[in-house]
Design a protein around this ligand. Structure first.
Ligand SMILES: [Zn+2]
Length: 156
């Protein structure tokens, strides 16, 4: 079964990278109590990813929560790699970084919002069916992809 994640509200940045890696990743509402977050993880069949020690003390956390260190994304990715057979690059940029929706090829109408040089390059341009954001391989993409490749290299 596909590994799915729920990041606690403090791990929004990591959640973006998990989505960039193609993982189905929800982000907990910062207003939710620990108990509600654990319930969401159970109902949606997700691993709860957290840096909050308190949450582990809940009974419902057993077999459902992975603790990450505070701080650096690289250190967090390394710990994830110890728990899961992470594939950071195999499905990279197949989900919206903002809302987790699977991307589709860009619609004809939305092509107007894509810079001309990108359109002419013939590269794949994707669009989020939920928020309509458009994705192509710009500098932001390359920076994130560089990091995903590095993490993937460390998985070996
Ligand atoms: Zn979106």
């Amino acid at each position: 079964m596909e590994t799915k994640f729920l990041c606690d509200a403090m791990l929004a940045r990591l959640a973006r990278y998990l989505r960039a890696g193609g993982y189905d990743t929800a982000l907990a509402d910062s207003a939710s109590a620990d108990r509600e977050v654990l319930r969401q993880a159970a109902v949606e069949g997700r691993w709860l990813i957290t840096a909050d020690r308190k949450i582990i003390e809940h009974k419902a956390a057993r077999g459902r929560v992975v603790m990450l260190p505070h701080g650096s994304l690289d250190a967090q990715a390394e710990v994830l790699g110890k728990h899961f057979a992470m594939d950071w690059t195999g499905r990279a940029f197949s989900r919206c970084l903002l809302d987790n929706a699977p991307l589709s090829p860009v619609s004809e109408q939305a092509m107007d919002r894509v810079p001309l040089d990108v359109r002419q390059s013939g590269e794949a341009v994707m669009q989020c069916p939920s928020c309509q954001r458009i994705y192509w391989q710009g500098s932001h993409y390359r920076r994130m992809m560089g990091r995903l490749r590095r993490w993937q290299g460390a998985e070996k």
